[in-house]
Design a protein around this ligand. Structure first.
Ligand SMILES: [Cu+2]
Length: 336
């Protein structure tokens, strides 16, 4: 079966993975299927060294994300200041498109067009004294109490089983130069090693309630010039550069694979980003489906303006303007 490159027009409901065990189990099963399915591509198609090996459908998304991370905007710029998917206004639309296509592929392999990608409400776990003891990390959910000294995930559905060739393995990663390389190892996490805590409900609320007493009024605006990792505004608050927190903090708290350009290697990536997308939907429910910069912004922002096609080998017909309202594809059971 070929990878689904277009989201299926059917309004599914995305639910909390900790309260919907049906969605949880379907997600886990679908990820395993995408991880075992050969795409039409081999590693040689992406210039990855070593013997040519089939690229699994799941791993195509990993490659896609790394590629975006390496693509500076503007061309020739510094991808660590703004790239095709991060550190700029496109961050939220770009990941929305990625999630929609991942969800469509899960629907395909599960044979269930009603499947909705679940989300992980990490702010709920941020309220716990010991977030690593959350139900989320138990063997019937994501498993894997990785530590700095023993980061390989050894329990749960994505446990590393060296003798099981079809078990969950990390197959595509990057070297120090962000070049794609083939690997064959287990998934890695190190809770709390790079960041002590998860964001809490107060942090999410502060991002959403710009008009509340003591609130930050700039958070009522989607984004600001210079449209990069230094900007004020809602996008960069949720992305977690200014102030540091939310999305970035969650990646850092989980650590290891989740801290890399290849972070979609961890199936938690999609559950995390689904929650980020849900927070964005919550913000739009208060402030309107607004987006900046507009179409007349300077060309150096090409790929981040409201009518620009997103820069991506997949889902490239989408623009920010076309994905602000996604209710034809999905809704959330609860908005923050
Ligand atoms: Cu990303």
């Amino acid at each position: 079966m070929a990878i689904t490159t277009e989201a299926v027009e059917m309004a599914v409901v995305r639910k909390n993975i900790l309260t919907d065990t049906v969605a949880r189990d379907a997600y886990i099963a679908g990820v395993q299927l995408l991880k075992q399915e050969n795409s039409a591509f081999t590693t040689a198609d992406f210039g990855i060294g070593g013997p040519a090996a089939p690229v699994r459908t799941y791993d195509l998304f990993v490659i896609w994300h790394i590629w975006a991370m390496r693509t500076p905007v503007p061309p020739g710029g510094n991808p660590k200041m703004r790239n095709a998917a991060h550190m700029g206004p496109i961050f939220l639309p770009w990941h929305r498109v990625m999630l929609n296509l991942f969800e469509a592929n899960l629907q395909r392999v599960l044979g269930d067009t009603g499947f909705g990608l679940p989300y992980w409400d990490w702010a709920e776990d941020g309220e716990l004294d010991h977030p690593k003891n959350s139900a989320f990390w138990q063997p019937d959910c994501m498993g894997g109490t990785g530590t700095l000294l023993a980061p390989t995930v050894m329990d749960g559905p994505f446990a590393f089983k060296p003798a099981a060739p079809n078990g969950f393995r990390v197959r595509i990663a990057t070297n120090q130069n962000l070049e794609l390389v083939q690997v064959d190892r287990g998934l890695r996490r190190a809770f709390g090693a790079d960041e002590d805590s998860l964001p809490t409900h107060d942090h999410v609320s502060a991002a959403l309630h710009a008009g509340a007493p003591g609130g930050n009024p700039s958070l009522a605006t989607y984004d600001f010039t210079p449209w990069d990792r230094t900007s004020k505004g809602f996008r960069n608050c949720l992305e977690g550069w200014n102030p540091y927190g939310l999305h970035n903090q969650v990646h850092a708290w989980i650590g290891r694979d989740m801290g890399l350009a290849s972070s979609p290697n961890d199936p938690v990536f999609y559950l995390h980003h689904c929650n980020v997308d849900r927070i964005w939907a919550g913000w739009m429910s208060r402030h309107g489906r607004t987006y900046l910069p507009g179409r007349t912004a300077p060309a150096i922002l090409k790929g981040h303006r409201i009518d620009d096609p997103i820069i991506s080998p997949l889902g490239g017909a989408a623009t920010p303007g076309t994905v602000l309202d996604a209710t034809n594809l999905f809704t959330y059971d609860v908005l923050p």
